[in-house]
Design a protein around this ligand. Structure first.
Ligand code: NAP
Length: 269
């Protein structure tokens, strides 16, 4: 396993996404992920699977302290008292404390500062270890950082070979914040991409594995692919025995520009 470090906290660079799995499917997948070696799990109030994730952790042979557990507050629960109540309910469903609590997405009505204050209170009570945000712009990150009495550990955003996050990533690197890449496989769209497959051939790796390697090889980036099949769960974890060259990294960055210019041509810009 490789780690991304922010404010002396080591976060496993490869985590396991659990949306949209629920119930027994989710529990089995998480249990298999833990058995495979994943030590970073991503869930959310919105996913309706915190109970299944908690059950898998409880049933696993992996000690609880070795697992980095992330959950997120539903957008509708971001008012101060709703944060306190809903996160206590999350902890009950999970059956354990939360290592990292995120605002799932900025509220349209509740100021960021109000939610952060409640999250800081949950840290003081010991229910939550670290806090962070998701789907935040640079400006929203600035506000969260200024409002919090503790570091903002991550901003979880959509990031994969077809989606640029250069502005957010630059800010994250400058401010010691981890960028956690969600939908790192572009929800499966990276599969079959010729550039990724071509690069993978030399290493005996698939397009999915190359995409994940490209992400975790970047400074301050972690990735949380979701997989339900055992083969995919294991394949996605098998990305620590090869390294992409600078030139290969650049060719994958070019996919973002390539797609954009193709889109511009299509819409006549
Ligand atoms: P993703 O991880 O990019 O892609 C998941 C899809 O790729 C599934 O259909 C999966 O199929 C397939 N897949 C996985 N590994 C594969 C492999 N090795 N080869 C071929 N196909 C493979 O997309 P995502 O689920 O949207 O994102 C991952 C996680 O990020 C979510 O589960 C969730 O935890 C988090 N997320 C957060 C937000 C947010 O707002 N913060 C938003 C979206 C997602 P199988 O299931 O059949 O294996």
């Amino acid at each position: 396993m490789e780690y991304v470090t922010a404010n002396s906290v080591d976060v496993p660079a490869l985590g396991f996404g659990t949306w949209p799995m629920k119930g027994e499917t989710c529990r089995t997948a998480v249990e298999h992920a833990l058995h495979t070696g994943y030590r970073h799990l991503d869930t959310a109030q919105m996913y309706n699977n915190e109970d299944a994730v908690g059950q898998a952790i409880a049933d696993s042979e992996v000690p609880r302290e070795d697992v980095f557990l992330v959950t997120k507050i539903l957008r509708q629960n971001l008012a101060h008292d709703d944060v306190l109540r809903s996160v206590e309910e999350s902890a009950q469903r999970l059956g354990t404390e939360i290592d990292l609590l995120l605002i799932h997405a900025p509220s349209r009505s509740v100021p960021i500062e109000e939610s952060i204050r409640a999250m800081n209170e949950l840290q003081e009570r010991g229910i939550v270890e670290h806090i962070g945000v998701s789907n935040f712009s640079v400006e929203q990150m600035r506000r969260a950082i200024a409002a919090s009495s503790t570091p903002i550990l991550t901003n979880q955003v959509e990031y994969h070979p077809f989606k640029s996050q250069s502005e957010v990533l630059e800010f994250c690197i400058e401010n010691g914040v981890i960028l956690t890449a969600y939908s790192p496989l572009g929800q499966g769209r990276v599969i079959g991409n010729e550039v990724l497959e071509g690069i993978g051939e030399q290493y005996g790796k698939t397009a999915a594995q190359v995409a994940l390697r490209w992400l975790i090889q970047q400074e301050m980036v972690a990735a949380i692919p979701k997989a339900s099949s055992q083969t995919h769960i294991e394949q996605n974890f098998d990305v620590f025995d090869f390294e992409l060259t600078d030139e290969e990294m650049e060719r994958i960055f070019d996919l973002q520009g390539g797609l954009l210019s193709r889109l511009r041509t299509l819409i006549g810009l």
